[in-house]
Structures are given as structure tokens and as C-alpha cells.
Design a protein around this ligand. Structure first.
Ligand code: MTE
Length: 340
């Protein structure tokens, strides 16, 4: 292990107030937003309206060419989830988004000219009412709320991130699934002109594009399954999956597909990108499970990235379902060693 990685050990993996390293920054940001009257206001602010007051964001905004906007949302669920402990600057610069390259800093370096407006998200397949959402619709079709979730990557690092968005199940319900629908298939934008990894197999890590993912319909309808359109009080930056990405906090991070253009209900288990690439290592379910090791490394512990540098990591025990036991019922009577 390289010497410069700063690791601290801790007996419990439970998150506490002490885990928080940037809480004061977060609280200050929220207070400022409140003072400016942006929290609780409805609708989305235009870039123009943000130009003055939101120059303030520039101090910690690593995405100078991509314009983010402040979002208004409720905080109703925040109290049920961990307090954010990963600084925004880290969560938006240490990323996996192979469409832009396989190095952790490739997404922030190569995604800033991704065009998200206009955007079209289609919800189709085995539904009564197919839906097409435009970029603006993503922010106004359902009420936005903040969810602070742990994100556990299969590579054994983790973060805690304040997302803004809505429950996936609420969107699916609007489309009225037919009784024959059993699975939900997701697809990322295919745009080789904009995504260098889609132009070149080597840059894109050998993934067959578009990146695809899937959930069982009952998993997708679980209230924890979330579609995120923002993080840290603003719209998503491209490297985190603008303008809309999935967040399933009880599953390994590769399930949380970014920059989604299509959500299709189907009666067959859909293909998933990592399963297609290395089926012996990545299954369809991908539930966080400390007792089932990856064939090449242990999943019992994780490195939580929480300090001011990506090398400021704390080793904690990985929890079953990443610490979200409310999903356990979805998998009763299933052998999770077999269905990994
Ligand atoms: N979605 C797409 N389209 N392409 C990707 O390469 N990487 C996945 C997931 N979603 C990926 C993706 C992986 S491996 C992880 S761990 C998370 O995104 C990382 O999300 P983050 O960069 O916001 O932390």
C-alpha cells in the first residue's frame, strides 16, 4: 500500500456526527441558500438568475465550463440517512464513468462539454402510458427531495453523498406498468462524438456501449431506489451522470447508471454492462454483501473517502445491504451467494 494513503481504523462502521468532516461547510451553504431565498422556492432558477449570487459556488466548484444550477427541494427524508461526510470536491472529481475513460480523474477532465439540454428520457415497454420527459420535465414532474446515502463501490471504497431527486417508483407508477412487467432496463446516452470511451475500446475499458443496467420491478419500486438530478444542492455535474442517474444505495455503485436516456419495463431479466463483460465477477443483483467476496478481493471492509483529500480514508466494516436492512425482504428465500 502506498505510504501517502492515510488510513484510520475504527471499531464500528456506524456513521456518527464525528464522521462529519465538512458539516460546517454544508450547513453554511444551506444557510446561505436560505438567506438568498432559494430553499423552499418552487421552480428552477435560470443560469442568468444565478450568475451573480452563485459566483459564490465557484470557490469549490471543480466544473468551471459546465453550468450547474441551484435546486429547490424538501429535506423531509434527510433525518433518516447519514450526514454527508464526503466533500463535494472529492465526490465530483474521483469518479467512475468509463464513457470518458477509466482513470478516476478522466470523467471530470473529459465530460465538461457533455450537452444535457435538450435531453430526452423515455419510459416505455410494458406500460399503459409511455412517458417522454424533456430536460425541464426531469426537475418538475415530481417533487424533489434530498437523500443522503452511502455509496459503496465494488472496488471497496465508499462515500456519503447528499443527492437530490425523486423515488424511481413514483416515476414508474406514472407510466402504469402492465401486470406482465417484471424487470426494468436502463440505458445511458450513446454519443461517441461526445464520449471518448465510446469511440475507442481501449479508452472505454472494453465495455459494450451504451452502458446498460437493470433491476427487478419490485427492487425498482422500493422507496430507497432513487433517481438523482442533483447533488450538494445543485444539478448534477456531467462526471456524476448529468442530467439524471440512478442511485440504489444497497447495491454496489456500478448499478447506479449515469446519464440515463431510457427506462424500459420488460418481462425478461435485462443484460447489464458489467455482467456482460465479466459474468463470473459481476452478477445482476450486486447487493452489497460483506460475506461474499469479489473473486479478486475481500468485500468485508471498505475505505471510506471522507477527508479533504482522496487519500484521507478510513477503514470501516462493510454492512449487509450497505446498512439498509429495509430491503432484506426483497431477497428472502434467495441464496445471495448464488445470486450475487
Ligand atoms: N454509469 C455509466 N453510464 N458508466 C459508468 O462507467 N460507472 C458506475 C456507476 N455508473 C458507470 C456508471 C460505477 S462503477 C460507479 S462506482 C458509480 O457510477 C460511480 O458514481 P460516482 O462517479 O458518482 O461516484
Amino acid at each position: 500500500m502506498p505510504k501517502f494513503i492515510h488510513l484510520r481504523s475504527k471499531s464500528s462502521s456506524a456513521l456518527s456526527e464525528n464522521d462529519v468532516t465538512d458539516e460546517h461547510v454544508y450547513k453554511n451553504r444551506r444557510t446561505l441558500l436560505k438567506q438568498l431565498g432559494f430553499i423552499g422556492a418552487s421552480g428552477l432558477l435560470s443560469n442568468k438568475a444565478l450568475a451573480g449570487p452563485f459566483d459564490w459556488f465557484k470557490s469549490d466548484d471543480p466544473t468551471p465550463t459546465f453550468k450547474q444550477q441551484a435546486l429547490s427541494f424538501t429535506q423531509s427524508n434527510a433525518k433518516n440517512y447519514p450526514i454527508p461526510s464526503t466533500p463535494e470536491s472529492i465526490a465530483t472529481s474521483y469518479n467512475n464513468f468509463y464513457e470518458f475513460g477509466t482513470a478516476k480523474d478522466d470523467p471530470i477532465k473529459h465530460s465538461q462539454s457533455l450537452s444535457v439540454e435538450p435531453w430526452t428520457l423515455q419510459i416505455d415497454g410494458l406500460v399503459e402510458k409511455p412517458i417522454t420527459l424533456s430536460y425541464d420535465d426531469l426537475f418538475k414532474t415530481l417533487d424533489l427531495e434530498e437523500r443522503i446515502y452511502r455509496l459503496r463501490c465494488v472496488e471497496a471504497w465508499s462515500m456519503v453523498i447528499p443527492w437530490i431527486g425523486f423515488e424511481l417508483g413514483k416515476l414508474i407508477a406514472l407510466a402504469q406498468p402492465l401486470s406482465s412487467a417484471k424487470y426494468v432496463a436502463f440505458s445511458t446516452l450513446l454519443s461517441p462524438e461526445q464520449m471518448r470511451g465510446q469511440r475507442n475500446q481501449f479508452v472505454g475499458g472494453g465495455v459494450e456501449y451504451p452502458y446498460v443496467e437493470g433491476l427487478r420491478l419490485d427492487e425498482a419500486m422500493h422507496p430507497l431506489a432513487f433517481l438523482s438530478v442533483g447533488m450538494y444542492g445543485k444539478t448534477l455535474p456531467p462526471q456524476n451522470g448529468a442530467p439524471i442517474r440512478l442511485v440504489t444505495p444497497w447495491k454496489y455503485g456500478f448499478k447506479s447508471i449515469k446519464s440515463i436516456v431510457k427506462i424500459s419495463l420488460t418481462d425478461k431479466m435485462p443484460p447489464t454492462s458489467w455482467n456482460r463483460l465479466i459474468p463470473s465477477e459481476y452478477g445482476f443483483y450486486a447487493n452489497v454483501n460483506p460475506t461474499v467476496d469479489h473473486p479478486r478481493w475481500s468485500q468485508a471492509r471498505e475505505r471510506r473517502i471522507e477527508g479533504s483529500s482522496v487519500f484521507d480514508q478510513e477503514r470501516v466494516n462493510t454492512q449487509m445491504f450497505n446498512g439498509y436492512p429495509e430491503v432484506a425482504d426483497l431477497y428472502k428465500n434467495m441464496d445471495l451467494r448464488k445470486f450475487y
